[in-house]
Design a protein around this ligand. Structure first.
Ligand SMILES: Cc1cc2nc3c(=O)[nH]c(=O)nc-3n(C[C@H](O)[C@H](O)[C@H](O)COP(=O)(O)OP(=O)(O)OC[C@H]3O[C@@H](n4cnc5c(N)ncnc54)[C@H](O)[C@@H]3O)c2cc1C
Length: 447
């Protein structure tokens, strides 16, 4: 196991900084990050690497979940992102593998993981960062009120509170439970197996994901691409135990993680960003910034972190830059959302594995570009041509995402009925909010 000392999150030492200024605006910074999850932690790392003098306050509502792991393909990040993320890495592998009923494939694409502990350790080295363990109850574009009534202010406020904007999305789900085992003997795996789909299929597309952290420590994750978001943890753990027994791994469970990740079949990003105008800058899952087919957010979070690091300025300025990136990305993700619709709407649940099996037979650079959302036109054609793994009639029915958006929420229906005026109004809100600094936009119940 890769052990990292865990930096206490917030706590007395940080809180004492408030003491000398009772009743006043208690703490100023250049940048306030609300939420201490993946997106904001990467922003803190990127900003600290770019400009160590930029003062950052990070407010998080709870201690980090014990033992969270975030992984990515080395080709998801550019050289600069790999440089500043490096101090937060817990484990790096030179290659990876996938297994399907008709083949096994070794891919020479590096893979890496961060853990909450390795991330906390990297953040602890950022001298310009102050971490506060508190819940934000009100957020505006320049001020934040935390749950003890204290206020923080900064020219730039970023909201990375992790809540998915479901009203703007039509979603399927990737559900998983991961158990980390300390085996009594070496497990004999040396590369991550991203998908072992040589297993019984149920509850949608099912595979096991394994990360060998050390010779005896291995994470075994049972994953399902399912229609519903319910997670029956006991059922998953029983399946993981059976997989471990089948591979001869005996040992003690040392950590467990679980997740129900959104798979995007449709996203009205324009409406989302119009409705957010005038508030803090939404990032991470809170802004729908995740890969539509995997639900993973690290690559996009790293790119947004770069944008924030290279955009010293106030909230409206940073908002405009992140919004423009996010809208361009949402447009580029259109094809990926189509693939999600094929997976969830065109293929019968038991047939989903065939789509992935066919996809993984394609050339490695194409697969890398898929994860990094850099697919070319030729790649898209390559993915679609050949013997279709789903009935062609079903595939045609998936071409448009509009009808899914129609069902996605009352918000979107309202927007279509009165399309012009509210949009104009929303785009004006940023400047109005600038004039009325401190006018709280979001209700505490939203947080
Ligand atoms: C178990 C699990 C494993 C995953 N693995 C991967 C992976 O390997 N690779 C990958 O790319 N993606 C992965 N994901 C998907 C995605 O990257 C993560 O969900 C990621 O943590 C999202 O980052 P975020 O910062 O947007 O939200 P979060 O990481 O959820 O952070 C939100 C933070 O905001 C805090 N917060 C919420 N409300 C308030 C408030 N009012 N005031 C203050 N703080 C508040 C919460 O305490 C939380 O710490 C995984 C998800 C899960 C659940």
């Amino acid at each position: 196991m890769l052990e990292f000392p865990i930096q206490p999150f917030g706590g007395e030492a940080v809180d004492s900084k408030f003491a000398p200024l009772p009743g006043a605006k208690l703490l100023d910074a250049d940048l306030i990050l609300i939420g201490g999850g993946l997106a904001n932690s990467l922003i803190a790392l990127a900003v600290a690497a770019q400009d160590p003098a930029r003062r950052i306050i990070l407010v998080d509502a709870g201690a980090p979940e014990s033992g969270h792991t975030w992984s990515f393909h080395e080709t998801d990040l550019d050289a600069s992102q790999r440089r500043w993320i490096q101090p937060a890495l817990a484990c790096v592998w030179a290659s990876q593998e996938v297994r399907f009923p008709h083949y096994r494939r070794h891919l020479r694409t590096g893979y890496a993981s961060l853990t909450d502990a390795s991330l906390a350790e990297a953040l602890a080295r950022c001298v310009s960062l102050t971490r506060i363990a508190a819940r934000a109850v009100r957020i505006s574009s320049q001020e934040v009120e935390i749950d003890n009534g204290r206020k923080l202010s900064a020219p730039c406020v970023i909201d990375g509170t992790g809540r998915i904007p479901k009203n703007y999305l039509a979603l399927g789900w990737q559900k998983f439970v991961g158990v980390e085992l300390e085996c009594v003997a070496p497990h004999n795996r040396d590369v991550p197996i991203l998908m072992d789909a040589q297993i019984a299929q149920h509850d949608g597309y099912r595979f096991v994901y394994t990360l060998p952290f050390t010779e005896r420590r291995i994470l075994i994750e049972d994953t399902r691409y399912a229609d519903g978001a319910d997670l029956d943890e006991t059922n998953f753990v029983v399946a993981i135990d059976a997989y471990a027994v089948e591979h001869g791994w005996r040992g003690q469970e040392v950590r467990r993680e679980r997740g129900v990740l959104p798979i995007a079949m449709a996203f009205n990003a324009e409406a989302f960003w119009a409705d957010e105008a005038g508030g803090a800058v939404p990032v991470g899952m809170r802004a729908g910034l995740f890969h539509p087919v995997t639900g993973y957010s690290l690559p996009l979070a790293a790119r947004v972190a770069d944008i924030v690091a290279n955009t010293p300025g106030d909230t409206p300025h940073v908002f405009a830059c992140v919004r423009s990136f996010a809208l361009a990305e949402a447009k580029r993700q259109k094809f990926l959302r189509f693939l999600s619709r094929l997976l969830f709407r065109a293929a019968a649940s038991a047939e989903r594995r065939k789509i992935l099996e066919r996809f993984y037979s394609l050339p490695t650079p194409l697969i890398e570009r898929f994860y990094a959302n850099q697919l070319t036109l030729a790649d898209r054609a390559r993915i679609l041509i050949g013997e279709p793994p789903v009935p062609i009639r079903n595939a045609f029915a998936c071409l448009s995402e509009q009808h899914l958006l129609d069902d996605a929420g009352q918000e979107n229906r309202d927007r279509r009925r009165v399309p012009l005026f509210p949009r104009l109004f929303a785009s004006q809100r940023a400047s109005l909010n600038q004039l009325g600094r401190g006018a709280w936009r979001r209700r505490s119940s939203d947080l």
